[in-house]
Design a protein around this ligand. Structure first.
Ligand code: ZN
Ligand code: ZN
Ligand code: ZN
Length: 560
């Protein structure tokens, strides 16, 4: 027999279970409702991808008070700011940077392991975008023999082309060829870059077309570029530039023929000594020329004028040239960013009228950061310095000869990697793993090196954080070297003036990531995001397939 107490117990339990079930049903219904309410996809008329070459995150905050309402500030105030955004691989250089932004992957997957690298298969140094099977369009020159063939996966721009049955247009522009060729992907309608020297013209490759369209020919024959052959002075009163070093200092490079690195820089007077149009690249005018050309592209290609999403990829290269020349703390870099802000304002206002405010989506990021000039840091008592690469290489060669009796063991030394001759190692009856380890130990004994890894370690471990994770994401099994070096933080292999990049350290990885416009929420996050997250975020918004090597994940907080 059951007691009365037992029935009461059963009643209470069944009541609780029923209420829980009702609650979970209600929840399920609510979830279904939100799923229906959230858009399946957002189709802006145009996506504008902007990469600012060598832009550190702190350029947003340092120069904030000088920015207008409709440049960087519009993206930050009305869009979404990922404050803790990083490159998650090394080497942090331009080719890998642009490839990673657009493929949603790292060099381990997309194959662009440097700007230049030693190609093991053909025993030659190769350039990331060069392709001898194509010719220059628009000029007699070798500067157009380019294609994205060394990038082994698709880009977000390729996926848009595939999704729209090749109806969505993709146009890519940058002063640097690799800043246009890699973002455009394999299927771009066109990529254009700038030929300096005595020319000052925009060119392309027969990979895309047989001849330049009329709007490009017209732009090249106008005086659009020539009008920037004028003195470079600061756009605002230089005494208000309190966020940078005094103009004249020993940490800045000088143009050929200039006695001090100070404003005003007399570009017409320095013209011939600095390879003519080449000097414009190393001034903010290079970014203005890029903006002028991008606006012509919008008009000439009628981008964003129908219901099929188009894509304009713009890369601003002059920020990198100016950073290399004058350093991240110079008045020159400050003026370059204030002027870039004006160029962005000009671009966004043009998009507002031609495409319509709220009808386009923008993301802005960088291809890597940059280090403060080590000589300047030293003078502020901060540990930093310059690597002596030739001395290190000579010592290593001596060690190898003593240890193995053959100096032929090393094929190449580049991008902080050693490439060994596997045939010689086999012939000497040595173990590749042991040679890698011995050389790694020897290199680690150098005072310049913080860490050294072997290819064997990269292939047999799965690193999930810190420097080894960054090195592994940059390690491509088919293309990378045998020994991978990480110099001490603050140490660079560079001239004593100006800044550079390329390392796995935080000053090279921390870069802005801003989203704005159709489909984008207003807000910000200080959670870590990574460069390969950009492409899947845009793909999720557009409701299109991810690039086929994607390793990043969508940043859901950004999307409406
Ligand atoms: Zn770059
Ligand atoms: Zn200066
Ligand atoms: Zn650079």
């Amino acid at each position: 027999m059951f007691s009365k107490g037992f029935f009461t117990y059963i009643l209470i339990v069944s009541f609780i279970l029923n209420s829980l079930e009702a609650l979970s049903q209600r929840r399920a219904k609510e979830t279904a409702k939100t799923e229906i309410a959230a858009p399946l996809m957002t189709t802006p008329k145009l996506v504008v991808g902007i990469v600012v070459d060598q832009m550190r995150y702190d350029y947003l905050t340092r120069f904030w008070n000088h920015y207008g309402d409709d440049g960087f500030k519009r993206l930050v105030n009305e869009g979404f700011n990922c404050k803790n955004n990083h490159f998650n691989y090394a080497p942090t250089s331009t080719g890998p940077g642009h490839a990673s932004v657009y493929t949603g992957a790292t060099p381990a997957t997309h194959g662009i392991i440097g700007n230049n690298w030693y190609d093991k298969e053909i025993d030659k140094l190769v350039y990331c975008a060069s392709d001898e099977s194509y010719e220059t369009v628009g000029m007699i020159s070798d500067a157009g023999k380019m294609s994205p063939h060394r990038m082994t996966v698709t880009t977000i721009t390729d996926q848009l082309r595939l999704h729209t049955q090749m109806k969505g247009k993709v146009i890519a522009v940058a002063l640097k060829d690799r800043g246009a060729v890699l973002p455009g992907g394999h299927t771009a309608n066109a990529a254009y870059w700038f030929l300096g020297g005595g020319e000052g013209k925009w060119i392309s490759s027969t990979y895309y077309m047989e001849s330049l369209p009329k709007w490009v020919v017209d732009f090249n024959s106008s005086n659009s570029v020539q009008r920037y052959k004028k003195p470079w002075n600061t756009i605002e009163d230089i005494t208000t530039y309190v966020e940078s070093s005094p103009d004249n200092n020993s940490y800045e490079g000088r143009y050929s023929g200039e006695s001090a690195p100070v404003f005003p820089h007399d570009l017409p007077g320095l013209w011939d000594k600095n390879s003519q149009y080449e000097i414009l690249k190393v001034t903010p005018f290079g970014n203005s020329i890029t903006t002028d050309f991008a606006l012509e592209a919008l008009k000439g290609e009628q981008l964003g004028t129908d219901d099929i999403t188009d894509f304009l990829a713009i890369s601003y290269s002059s920020t990198d040239y100016v950073g290399h020349w004058f350093g991240v703390n110079s008045k020159e870099i400050q003026d370059t960013y204030i002027r870039l802000d004006r160029d962005l304002e000009r671009l966004f206002k043009y998009l507002d009228t031609k495409v319509g405010k709220g009808e386009y989506t923008v993301f802005l990021t960088a291809d890597h950061g940059a280090i403060n000039v080590p000589a300047y840091l030293n003078d502020q008592k901060i540990p930093a310095g310059y690597l002596n690469r030739s001395e290190m290489q000579a010592k290593l060669a001596e060690f190898i000869k003593y240890k193995y009796g053959s100096a032929e063991l090393i094929k190449n030394y580049s991008n902080n990697q050693l490439f060994l001759d596997h045939k010689v190692i086999q012939n000497l009856d040595l173990s590749l793993k042991e040679v890698q380890e011995t050389l790694a130990d020897e290199l680690l004994s150098s005072s310049d090196m913080a860490r050294v890894y072997t290819a064997y370690q990269m292939r047999n471990n799965e690193y999930t954080s810190g420097i080894p994770y960054i090195i592994q994401n940059g390690y491509n099994m088919k293309r990378s070297g045998d020994v991978l070096m990480v110099p001490k933080p603050g140490s660079i292999d560079y001239s004593k003036t100006g800044s550079t990049h390329g390392s796995a350290q935080i000053y090279d990885t921390h870069t802005p990531l801003l989203f704005y416009g159709k489909g984008i929420k207003a807000g910000s996050t200080s959670h870590r995001t990574e460069i390969p997250d950009i492409a899947p975020t845009i793909a999720t918004m557009l409701g299109i397939a991810f690039p086929n090597g994607t390793t990043g994940k969508p940043i859901t907080a950004v999307l409406e």
